[in-house]
Ligand binder design. Structure first.
Ligand code: SF4
Ligand code: SF4
Length: 349
């Protein structure tokens, strides 16, 4: 028998959801959603689960990840129950549920704790700069090392176990039978979704949003590769230097448009932004922009007299790597890609 958590709806409100009790189950939202199909129907079903407190069913579901928040369902809802925002809140809730450390839920629900974490990281960077007597060479060396170590450690210690928990909740616990060979044969699906998010093209409004998202993902991953593997700040190779400039410019220029849209609040998906959404785009912007300036200052030979810029960049980078990637919105990128993969496995199974 399904277990009911009577406090679930109240809990979900802490992740940003609000008016879903207004829903009278008419089904307009599901009918209007261009991604909802007969085999995988949403968002009405998720509203029912939420109001009934069927927490285990929600944890076992991949449907919240199948929604790309075009907002059409919220526009068409006769009761202003905001089903699109409910799906978004469920994604935040699931991110916290997958996270074995429990930190994701704490940070999502409390802006003051997030700010404290950011301040502590800033103080840590300043303490580090003092410890090396603000020696630029050493700061650049340790900064480069930090990036490589942070990526490896967070991937292995936080993100991989979280994906394993997601697999447990969505496939193993509900006893979905998937032969091992299917996991191997469907791997392509995982990477296609990770790099292209092609399912988002199915949303009626989504062509420009999809394109922006696509070049942002490519720009971000390429910038990561250029700085960590090709050592952008330390190289003399003209090709790598130009590549880094182009990729960092892609990141901050595209992010400006994301920030503009969130500030304008004209689209349904930008009307109810939570602190985690704003921090994500703002920090992405500062990361691309400060990286661009650091390399520019190196090329103009003025970074040594403007060390504050590198300290600022390192602070943004550390806050991004230690808070936003493992516990914040960045992890949506990973969970959504795995959700498409797992959904494919379940369908085949
Ligand atoms: S359209 Fe609105 S009222 Fe109708 S089922 Fe969806 S959320 Fe509920
Ligand atoms: S926000 Fe868009 S994709 Fe998500 S459930 Fe509503 S209509 Fe479907």
């Amino acid at each position: 028998m399904a277990k009911v958590n009577p406090k679930f709806a109240e809990e979900l409100k802490k992740y940003g959801s609000y008016d879903f009790y207004a829903c009278f189950n008419c089904g307009n939202c599901t009918a209007t959603c261009s991604l909802s199909t007969q085999e995988s129907s949403f968002p009405r079903e998720m509203i029912r689960y939420t109001t009934l407190g069927l927490e285990d069913e929600i944890k076992a579901s991949l449907k919240p990840w199948e929604c790309y928040y075009c907002g059409q369902c919220s526009t068409e809802c006769p009761r202003n129950a905001s089903p699109g925002e409910l799906m978004m809140s469920l994604r935040r809730y699931l991110t916290a549920a997958y996270d074995w450390t429990g930190l994701s839920g704490i940070l999502y629900k409390s802006l003051p704790i997030t700010i404290i974490a950011f301040v502590l990281i800033f103080l840590g960077v300043i303490a580090f700069a003092f410890s090396v007597q603000f020696d630029l060479e050493r700061m650049l060396h340790v900064g480069h090392l930090f990036e490589a170590i942070a990526i490896g450690t967070i991937g292995v210690v936080i993100l991989l176990p979280n994906v394993a928990r997601m697999w447990y909740f969505t496939i193993l616990k509900p006893k979905a039978k998937v032969p091992f060979l299917k996991y191997v044969k469907s791997l392509g699906e995982l990477f296609i979704h990770m790099f292209t998010q092609k399912r988002a093209l199915g949303c009626d409004d989504n062509q420009l949003r999809w394109f922006e998202h696509f070049i942002l993902v490519i720009g971000y991953l390429s910038l990561l590769f250029t700085t960590v593997v090709l050592n952008w700040f330390g190289t003399d190779s003209l090709f790598i230097i130009i590549l880094g400039y182009v990729m960092s410019a892609i990141v901050f220029v595209v992010t400006i448009d994301f920030i503009r849209r969130r500030r304008a609040k004209k689209e349904e998906m930008t009307k109810h932004s939570q602190p985690s959404d704003i921090l994500f785009v703002a920090w992405l912007f500062w990361m691309g922009f400060s990286a661009f300036l650091v390399r520019l200052f190196i090329d103009l030979d003025i970074l040594d007299t403007n060390k504050w810029l590198y300290i600022f960049h390192l602070t943004v980078l550390a806050q991004w790597a230690l808070v936003i990637v493992p516990f914040g919105k960045w992890s949506h990128f990973l969970y959504r890609s795995f959700a498409m993969y797992f959904a494919r496995l379940k369908a085949k199974g």
